[in-house]
Design a protein around this ligand. Sequence first.
Ligand code: KG4
Ligand code: ZN
Length: 362
Amino acid sequence: MTRVLGIETSCDETAAAVVARGRDGVPAILSNVVLSQIEEHAAFGGVVPEIAARAHVEALDGVIEAALGEAGLTFDDIDGIAATAGPGLIGGLIVGLTTGKALAAALDKPLLPINHLEGHALTARLTDQLEFPYLLLLVSGGHTQIVHVAGVGRYERWASTIDDALGEAFDKTAKLLGLPYPGGPSVEKAAEKGNPTRFAFPRPLKGERRPDFSFSGLKTAVRRAAGELAPLSGEDVADICASFQKAVTETLADRIARSLERFRRTCPDLAQPALVVAGGVAANAAIRDTLEDLCRDEGFRLVAPPLKLCGDNAAMIAWAGLERLEAGLAAAGALSFAPRPRWPLDENAAPLFGTGKRGAKA
Ligand code: KG4
Ligand code: ZN
């Protein structure tokens, strides 16, 4: 039995969790505590790094204690400490990683500095015991990318946004329509009552051979439509949101199909290849439906972890730590690992213009 404590503080959630793999090889989440700071940041319409770091300092000890308590364990029962070391907001990363280092040093247990994106990438192995290789679509506030996941620590980025992340496009659209933060759920809710055909928003890069994404043109088109109609009625807002979401789903289906084809060519022997979706935007029901349809058409299995594990959490960090520990990848010198606000999952991927410029969220 291997048990790992995970700590996640890269953005606006203070989180701690314990995961385990039993002798039968089956993974289990023993606890998963997530304390959201949404209320602290709501008045500012976005995450304020200083407020986030301070809130992590205040909450983290209690959150770790709660995670151990919920699992019915003490520090003695833990085999390793995993902490997010990047990418993310530097203040939060310092709080979480330093806490992890202190615990590891005091308890004489291995420390596993984890790339937050690796946490998202490996979650499907925790929830669905998925075998390598598979394709990952990561759609969050700071990232939009497709990654070929070949094994623990073996990631190849096949596609990425060349400007805004998809969650960022949702957040900016919400902000300019006066909808509350966080924007994704607000836009989705408003879209339910709207007419998706009223506005002909662009489908950026649709039909192009390159597999990448682009969302800034879409956001600009929304701004123009909103400006022309101002002041906006409730119906206008709903119609803009519905038309925006329609443009997003159609664009995603077109772009992702490129990488599904490539995966088929790369791994022709897999009976049923899998597409895993991760990141906060994966909570969007219209996007999930689109991915279901696309996967059905292309002969893929869609693996969408439960909502609680799609957004940021520490179970995924603990799990990545457990996978690394079991694979013998616990790094020597981990106690002096410096947090990395920018840390691509595929270190060999050429940077794309504008990619991850917000850099703060993953
Ligand atoms: O992965 P995540 O929890 O945090 C990071 O970005 O690290 O993702 C948050 C992002 C935000 O941009 C939020 O607006 C978006 O996910 N989001 C959604 C929905 N729920 C959250 N976007 C669209 N529809 C949703 N239902
Ligand atoms: Zn994330």
